[in-house]
Design a protein around this ligand. Structure first.
Ligand code: NAG
Ligand code: NAG
Length: 436
């Protein structure tokens, strides 16, 4: 019997005994396997190290060597959410999840504090946005599923001599309980954080009104008088679920990960190196434009992928106020349009005024193709009804080589996203909607 099933049997046996109230830790040690499309799809849920937040405060930490599946694998999805010490999901209006990022790196074998080497994705930004997966407030309702027959290859023995692969996790969360201006705190407005220097001690540039330089780890956004004394710190975690299949050259086609950023104007400016600023400010539209009902802030740039191929998955990333992103080929053809989903309630996953999901693109394999070096156009639209700082306009792409695509017989049938083992389980309907 494969060990995974033994683990499951043991998990089931222990689940029948009366247990105390669940804790975040107790809810995560469940390795599961599902047979689908002839593969054994494995899934495991992990907990980040705890971080502590009191009303108004910010945590932005990198955790090294976090729990992650090991071995030569094809990653199929990564998702997560912020939970409290009891394992209960925490809504965005209490803890705003600015972003989380997960990225592999190499560490010298043997010995504490060994030298590390970065292992970023395939581009396009250099020195930033190197993550393999990463999302923000939209985490709960954004599909990260890598469609068949594709997978993100990890642990394939390509570490430099004497090094081995590890994983790092960055979680940037802002506690807005009691905040005088919740949107302002989530937009990292410098006046609300009362900071004059950035995380490295450099003076905040004149005219920089808000963004990552003002809401770094340990800063605090302005809170109502009743909360000023401190308020209860609360222990939180990122609970994340990774799905994967064991690597198989015959059955899995590898994809490259690219992240595009609408603030990178290097190609337009004729500069050789990309200049991804990651975030930008949307200005309020003029009264003339407001009168004409033309209050959209449209930001456009061009970026090129060093190596093209077939897009197999694409999704945009925007902050509140975002109304849509799109990606176009050099001839103007639409490659993907990804639109924010706003919540309209109170509960986690449906918070009013927050982006709780982004729609995704799953082109039919081989139908959306990019040439090597093709200049792509990135579009990010926001409402200009008021000024917003620290907004983003990114595109995350999974691209497969054309030739590899032809070798592996792509499985044409739509992914069957219901699993019968160990219990009957289906991908939620909103995800299926995203898939079609
Ligand atoms: C802002 O910071 C300054 C010192 O840097 C401090 O004197 C002032 O009281 C702070 N204001 C608020 C509202 O916290
Ligand atoms: C962005 O805004 C422009 C101008 O209003 C519009 O033509 C375009 O379709 C919008 N694109 C997206 C992806 O929302």
């Amino acid at each position: 019997m494969p060990p995974l099933f033994l683990v499951l049997l043991i998990a089931f046996a222990s689940a029948t005994t009366t247990a105390p109230l669940p804790t975040a830790r107790a809810l995560v040690d469940d390795a599961r396997g599902y047979v689908y499309n002839g593969h054994l799809l494995k899934s495991k849920t992990f907990l980040s190290p705890p971080f502590s937040l009191r009303p108004g405060s910010v945590s932005n930490k990198w955790y090294m060597d976090v729990a992650f599946p090991r071995g030569h694998l094809a990653l199929k999805s990564f998702n997560g959410e912020v939970v409290d010490a009891r394992g209960a999901p925490v809504p965005l209006h209490e803890t705003y999840l600015h972003h989380w990022l997960v990225e592999p790196y190499y560490v010298a074998r043997g010995g504490e504090g060994g030298q590390t080497l970065p292992r970023a994705n395939s581009g396009v930004c250099k020195g930033s946005l190197g993550q393999y997966f990463g999302l923000g407030s939209e985490t709960r309702r954004t599909l990260t599923w890598v469609p068949d027959p594709y997978g993100i290859e990890i642990g394939g023995g390509d570490a430099p001599e004497g090094y081995e692969e590890r994983w790092s996790l960055n979680v940037h969360a802002i506690d807005t309980r009691g905040a005088v201006d919740k949107p302002g705190c989530t937009e990292c407005r410098c006046d609300l954080y009362n900071v004059t220097v950035d995380e490295r001690g450099h003076r905040i540039a004149e005219g920089y009104a808000g963004g990552l330089h003002c809401c770094y780890d340990q800063t605090r956004c302005r809170v109502e008088d009743g909360f000023a004394a401190g308020g209860e710190p609360r222990e939180l975690f990122l609970r994340y679920t990774v799905m994967w299949v064991d690597w198989s050259d015959a059955a899995v086609v590898p994809v490259r990960i690219y992240i595009l950023d609408v603030t990178d104007t290097a190609l337009l400016d004729g500069k050789p190196e990309p200049g991804c600023k990651v975030e930008y400010t949307v200005e309020a539209c003029s009264s003339e434009n407001r009168a004409k009902n033309d209050c959209v802030d449209m930001k456009v740039t061009k970026e090129a992928l060093p190596r093209g191929g077939d897009i197999v998955f694409a999704v945009g990333h925007q902050h509140s106020g975002g109304i849509g992103t799109s990606l176009h080929g050099q001839d103007g053809r639409l490659l993907c349009s990804s639109t924010p989903i706003y919540g309209d309630g109170e509960e986690a996953g449906n918070e009013a005024g927050y982006i709780v999901g982004m729609s995704t693109c799953y082109p039919e394999p081989g139908t959306v193709r990019i040439r090597d070096g093709e200049a792509l156009t990135v579009v990010s639209n926001y409402t200009g009804e008021r000024r917003r700082t620290g907004v983003m306009g990114h595109f995350y792409l999974l691209v497969a080589d054309d030739d590899e695509q032809q070798q592996a017989a792509p499985n044409k049938q739509p992914p069957s996203l219901c699993f019968s083992f160990p219990t009957s389980w289906c991908v939620p309907a909103w995800m299926m909607g995203n898939l079609q």
